[in-house]
Design a protein around this ligand. Structure first.
Ligand SMILES: *Cc1c(COP(=O)(O)O)cnc(C)c1O
Length: 451
């Protein structure tokens, strides 16, 4: 299985030829899953057996059964949830990364890869305004980043209080991401939920909630969101960050989706206060055009993360030699990790940071133009001015089923993937712009079909 014989030789050529063809798809097809689980199970039954099969046969199953039954989140017509738009450079480099089994765990095993990843983390930390000592690692996604960061917040608070058993609380707004809720459950912390009348966590809203709470001594942290997943709202980072400083809480900023907005000159002001963060996450696999799975996790004081996450074992101590400059494994809940920051490193180097700034701006522009179109139509209603790349709107007179029929028809026709969302309990239309090649013509067609 590990030797290059004739079959392997042919397999490498054919699989790479497939990848080559996929990488060259322009535009990327939208596709959609049309089969039931039973149908797919039937088509895949017996593919893995006791004895091996011809690689070409298996590749055929992949290209005829597996690949078409997905929706390509990197299609410029994918406007649902949070889309993806990895650059060709990042995709092809991801393939290279996979071909080399690069272990991203430690300086000892991968100093070159770690140094390259860290250069990207430093770039992001610099844009965020974090001090030069900030650092961290790349993890699989925002959920892993939030969990790892808030684990450090909790351990730090417990150490400072000299009490490892007290149950702690974290201040969160009602719009915090679902992964924050699940993180708090896993870490056995409770949420001090702040009602956000305008869906934005502000210092005023936090102060009002605090005023009603008799005892704040168990509060360890506050979480602000830099770009909510549903509506792209950036919390009052400066105000909430200042409150965190005043109360000596850990200030975590969840920028999984919207954090990349720091690269857009037109959005700069919205991120004021991010420089106060004790920890910050940003998913390059969302708005920074990297392949899955990639989240940048940064700490203001990496030493605190090491105190929480460094794993010790007799066979691991060899990792920590005197010249072990930086071990990514020490900054999150993981040990083995792929050097998943490298595709982004390669692509940033190939295209330059300015191209990234421009590409992030495109989504902001698409959202603004779409909002203007919606505002011009009597049968449509803009729910709020978009801040980043997400637009929510109402079609007057429509109920949940009407949105579903409309959205399914658009997907079936191959026009676009635009599933509805919920806003204050009401089903609404939602655009999530991210791909720089999305055209306003597609938007016009989608809106035309609301008539
Ligand atoms: C997407 C998202 C997450 C979760 O990130 P994953 O990479 O999907 O795990 C967390 N917070 C926000 C605000 C997000 O948009």
């Amino acid at each position: 299985m590990h030797r290059v014989d004739d079959v392997t030789d042919q397999m490498i050529r054919h699989v790479l030829a497939y990848a080559d063809g996929r990488l060259r798809r322009d535009p990327v097809p939208l596709d959609r899953g049309t089969k039931t689980m039973a149908e797919l199970d039937g088509l895949l039954a017996g593919v893995i057996g006791r004895h091996g099969r011809d690689p070409d046969e298996v590749l055929d199953v992949y290209s005829s059964v597996v690949a078409p039954n997905v929706i390509s989140t990197d299609s410029s017509r994918f406007l649902g949830f949070i889309p993806a738009a990895p650059t060709k450079a990042s995709l092809v480099f991801d393939a290279l990364l996979s071909s080399a089994s690069l272990q991203g765990i430690s300086w000892l095993e991968a100093s070159g890869a770690v140094a390259a990843e860290n250069s990207v983390l430093r770039l992001i930390a610099g844009e965020a305004g974090l001090p030069t000592g900030a650092g961290g690692c790349f993890v699989s996604g925002g959920s892993a980043g939030n969990l790892s960061a808030l684990a450090v917040a909790r351990e730090t608070a417990k150490r400072r209080a000299g009490d490892g058993r007290r149950r702690l609380r974290v201040v969160v707004g009602t719009e915090a991401h679902s992964s924050i809720t699940s993180t708090l459950r896993l870490l056995e912390m409770d949420a001090l939920v702040v009602r956000t009348p305008d869906h934005r966590l502000t210092a005023g809203a936090v102060s009002a909630a605090l005023a009603e709470d008799p005892d704040l001594s168990d509060v360890a942290a506050v979480v602000a969101t830099a770009g909510t997943a549903n509506a792209g709202i950036v919390d009052d980072l400066a105000g909430v960050g200042a409150l965190a400083r005043e109360h000596q809480w850990w200030f975590h900023v969840d920028g999984a989706y919207g954090g990349a907005g720091i690269f857009a000159p037109s959005l700069r002001d919205r991120y004021r206060g991010l420089e106060l963060a004790d920890s910050f996450i940003l998913d390059p696999h969302k708005w920074l055009f990297a392949p899955y799975d990639c989240c940048a996790l940064l700490y203001r004081q990496p030493v605190l993360a090491r105190a929480t996450h460094t794993q010790h074992a007799p066979y691991l101590d060899a990792l920590r030699t005197e010249d072990s400059e930086w071990n990514p494994t020490d900054y999150a809940y993981h040990l083995t990790r792929r050097a998943r920051g490298l595709p982004l490193w390669f692509s940033l180097a190939v295209h330059g940071v300015d191209a990234y700034r421009d590409a992030v701006e495109v989504a902001v522009r698409l959202a603004r133009e779409t909002a203007e179109l919606i505002a011009q139509e009597d049968h449509l209603e803009l729910i709020r001015e978009p801040e980043l790349g997400i637009v929510l709107f109402r079609r007057r007179g429509w109920g949940p089923d009407d949105y579903l029929v409309w959205s399914r028809r658009l997907h079936r026709d191959g026009t676009a993937f635009v599933p509805p969302s919920l806003w204050e309990g009401e089903t609404v239309g939602r655009f999530a712009f991210l791909h720089p090649d999305t055209s306003m013509d597609v938007v016009r067609e989608i809106l035309r079909q609301t008539r």
